[in-house]
Design a protein around this ligand. Structure first.
Ligand SMILES: [Zn+2]
Length: 403
């Protein structure tokens, strides 16, 4: 009987790939524990309230107008909470800093990749557009990858039935061996590192259902990878890089634009289609593995989710969970392995051993059809639950009511 449980409407406005979308969902809280929030969201279009696409990157005034339109659609549902997702780095995402002029909460940094988003005060914009409908304390601005990592975590938690039978069996065996429940094994220490490889490169971590927050911009794309030097294939990477600031940072090597430019150069060098495809795949695998190594060293995630169009070409055999992801897993396994003096191969640290041994693929494609929207709605739901602002429809009185 879903109607007897506490319910709430939450909403989000997200921007992806020249497109703005607004969605709302009814949240059914089973308890205040954030792991047990269930969104009344089926993955279809039923929760979408607004969508606008831009054929070319929008100018800032066009973007602001579309954001206002999206938020006024959202306000018609009278949601309890709104989350705004930004593709551009943010000066601050710490909720405690809201309302302080100098904090920069929800204000975007200058962005070379998303010029229209540079220096926008998204929080002020949302407060203004939703005035008298949503309490400013219930308006949140967050980085898109951060919300997507939360989305993947909650999607996997709520869709355990999608796990393959083989993996489930292995999880059961392992849980029995260590004397814990399957849920504990999968989620108690579970952390999802979500990496977006698309027009920009960024990553975020969700630990035990909570975003790992710090400075809004991890600057992951600005780190420099080691040059790809794949002797076996007789190929040294001499591509100069595509970043106007650092040339061959990850952002200059692994974004869609950088890969496109690389392919153009190979074409003009007269390489065959097969040779170009092979080199492109080798380059993606090599630099994606280096990114994963950095994440393992920094965050120790139990799972790395690679998403974005660089690894997510659904029309190709390289697509989700296809050859690319397999190759990345294989290479990462080799890099993380150590060979002792007797020639025995082992993995370090032990949690990686666990991941490979028990049938989990350490690096996976996204399983949620729309991690960003799902994560944004989950974030809104988490905040309401954490604040105890749950409207109990059965027992509408006193503290539990928002009225
Ligand atoms: Zn750069």
């Amino acid at each position: 009987m879903p109607n007897s449980q506490p319910q709430q409407i939450v909403a989000c406005v997200v921007y992806t790939d020249r497109m703005i979308e607004a969605s709302a969902a009814q949240v059914i809280h089973n308890s205040k524990k954030i792991d047990h929030i269930e969104l009344g969201w089926s993955g279809d279009d039923s929760t979408r309230l607004y969508r606008k696409t831009f054929p070319t990157p929008p100018k800032q005034d066009e973007l602001v107008e579309a954001l206002r339109e999206a938020m006024s659609e959202v306000c018609k549902k009278r949601p309890a909470s709104l989350v705004l997702a930004s593709p551009s780095p943010l000066k601050s995402t710490a909720p405690s800093e809201r309302g302080f002029d100098s904090s920069g909460y929800g204000v975007t940094e200058a962005s070379g990749l998303f010029p229209a988003w540079s220096g926008l005060d998204l929080y002020a914009l949302a407060c203004d557009a939703c005035a008298s409908i949503i309490d400013p304390m219930d308006i949140h601005v967050q980085l898109d990858v951060a919300l997507a990592s939360l989305g993947e975590y909650h999607w996997r938690l709520n869709h355990k039935e999608l796990t393959s039978e083989t993996t489930r069996q292995k999880q059961k065996l392992y849980a029995a061996r260590v004397g814990r429940s399957v849920d504990q094994v999968i989620f108690d220490e579970h952390s999802v590192s979500y990496v977006k490889l698309s027009s920009d490169i960024n990553a975020a971590l969700t630990q035990q259902g909570v975003l790992f927050e710090g400075k809004g911009n991890p600057y992951l794309s600005m780190l420099h990878p080691h040059r790809c030097n794949i002797i076996d294939h007789g190929f040294n990477d001499d591509f100069e890089g595509d970043c106007s600031l650092h040339n061959d940072c990850f952002g200059g090597m692994l974004t869609q634009r950088a890969l496109k430019r690389r392919v153009e150069i190979y074409r003009s060098d007269g390489l065959s289609m097969n040779e170009i495809a092979l080199r492109k795949a080798l380059v993606i695998v090599e630099y994606a593995v280096q990114l994963c190594e950095i994440l393992v060293a920094a965050h120790r995630p139990s799972l790395i989710v690679l998403d974005g169009r660089v690894v997510n070409d659904r029309d190709s055999e390289m697509g989700p969970d296809g050859l690319l992801i397999s190759a990345i897993n294989d290479q990462l396994y080799k890099r993380l392995a150590v060979i002792d003096a007797d020639g025995n191969v082992s993995l370090k640290p032990s949690y990686i051993q666990h991941n490979f041994d028990e049938g989990f693929r350490f690096v996976q494609a996204a399983s949620c059809p729309n991690p960003l929207t799902y994560g944004a709605l989950a974030h809104a739901a988490n905040i309401i639950a954490a604040a105890g602002k749950i409207v109990n429809l059965r027992k509408r009185s006193g503290k539990q009511s928002m009225e």
